[in-house]
Write a protein that binds this ligand. Structure first.
Ligand code: PMP
Length: 396
């Protein structure tokens, strides 16, 4: 019956996690997957989210509407666009609760493919692997635009601008407003201004995927690109995830926002998004979103939550600094300042595939083949070991 079904090669990141689990070495360190661990190496549950989750334990949950929880959708829109946002006052944002950030990407991708079937999608080179997967899965041809420059461990900004200028109208450009995954290399506000002006001139469709709000700088400044795009009245799509900043990984809590030129068009978009939802999973899950909404809808808990995220951000920064200090001491002739300049959970280390392999074989330290290291997996107990191993591998 199923002889013709081709085998699935597996996901590279998830497969590496399996290899890690099977590694018998007791001192092994996993810095491959994008999960935030605390200083004890545990996945923390922010106290604010825990409190909100407790309030709704053991309640029967009726179906949510296709578009999800109304209070949550409104609260997320404010978190992304700003509480005083004009586009929200004018009801120009179609907002849907989604199954994590991945669900938001898929819903947005399906919508664009249905209504702009000629469009192609362009993702940064490199990007989170599943960006390509999700958009190809929705039927798009996916290309990439110049982004990361290995020579400077920065952005190829001029090449990126030139590439955007060459794109046909309604091309979709997938952008990371903060904490670029996998490189940790972000655009500066003035670079965003330039890019968004090109997006406007060329009539491109910006799709901003924000999975780490609060981990870069502040909740407001991490949303700079989103708010600037709204000011420019761009046909903006935003996918967001609460997997990392609320530790709601398995609850699948995210949202998709689509900015329309007026309220009537936002309504049309919302209608079609509901139609897509209805034909795939009908309505989103309730438990996680009620916890998220319990936080966002309560002034005190929301403030507590933001501070808890800032503590995570600061812990990551401290680990970056520690890595940098050890490496600078061990290899003073090399410049490792990129470790402290990069933002968010990840760092592109500049390690080659051979160096990554050596780190794994000799030191039982797991990072991705691309050289992406999850800084959020470091702690006081392992950072020194990792830094010293990196120094040995970089010294080759
Ligand atoms: N976008 C980016 C950039 C991500 O890093 C991730 C998660 N690794 C996602 C989207 C998906 O988020 P979720 O796990 O909530 O589906």
């Amino acid at each position: 019956m199923y002889q013709h079904v081709t085998p699935y090669a597996g996901d590279p990141i998830l497969s590496l996690v399996e290899t890690f689990k099977q590694d018998p070495r007791p001192n092994k360190i996993n810095l491959s997957i994008g999960i935030y661990f605390d200083n004890e190496g545990k996945m923390p549950f922010p106290n604010s989210v825990f409190q909100a989750a407790q309030r709704i334990e053991n309640q029967v949950q009726p179906y949510l509407p296709m578009e999800g929880h109304a209070g949550f959708r409104a609260a997320v829109a404010k978190l992304l666009f700003g509480a005083e946002s004009l586009v929200l006052q004018e009801n120009r944002v179609a907002a849907v609760q989604t199954l994590g950030g991945s669900g938001a990407l898929k819903l947005g991708a399906d919508f664009i493919h249905r209504w702009f079937p000629q469009s192609h999608v362009f993702v940064s080179d490199p990007t989170w692997d599943n960006h390509r997967g999700i958009f190809e899965g929705a039927g798009f041809e996916v290309g990439s635009y110049p982004y990361y420059d290995p020579a400077t461990i920065g952005v190829k900004f001029d090449a990126m601008c030139d590439f955007f200028r060459s794109l046909p109208e309604h091309s979709v450009v997938l952008l990371h407003p903060c904490c670029h995954n996998p490189t940790g290399v972000d655009l500066l506000p003035e670079q965003w201004d330039t890019i968004l002006n090109i997006v406007a001139e060329r009539q491109l469709i910006p799709f901003m995927d924000i999975a780490y709000q609060g981990f870069g700088d502040t909740f407001d400044s991490d949303a700079y690109a989103i708010r600037q795009a709204a000011k420019l009245n761009l046909p903006l799509f935003v996918s967001c995830s609460f997997s990392k900043n609320m530790s709601l990984y398995g609850q699948r809590v995210g949202a998709l926002m689509v900015l329309a030129p007026n309220a009537a068009q936002a309504d049309l978009v919302l209608g079609q998004l509901k139609f897509i939802v209805r034909r795939i999973y009908s309505s989103p899950p309730a438990q996680g979103v009620l916890a998220a909404q319990g936080v966002l809808g309560d002034t005190n808990l929301a403030a507590q939550w933001q501070n808890e995220v800032y503590e995570m951000r600061d812990r990551i920064r401290a680990m970056r600094l520690k890595l940098y200090e050890v490496l600078r001491e061990k290899l003073p002739e090399k410049d490792f300042s990129y470790f402290v300049k990069q933002r968010g959970m990840f760092s592109y280390t500049g390690l080659s595939v051979a160096q990554v392999q050596r780190l794994r074989d000799e030191f039982a330290i797991y990072v991705l083949d691309s050289g992406r290291l999850c800084v959020a997996g470091l702690n006081e107990g392992n950072v020194e070991t990792v830094a010293k191993a990196l120094a040995q591998v970089f010294a080759e």
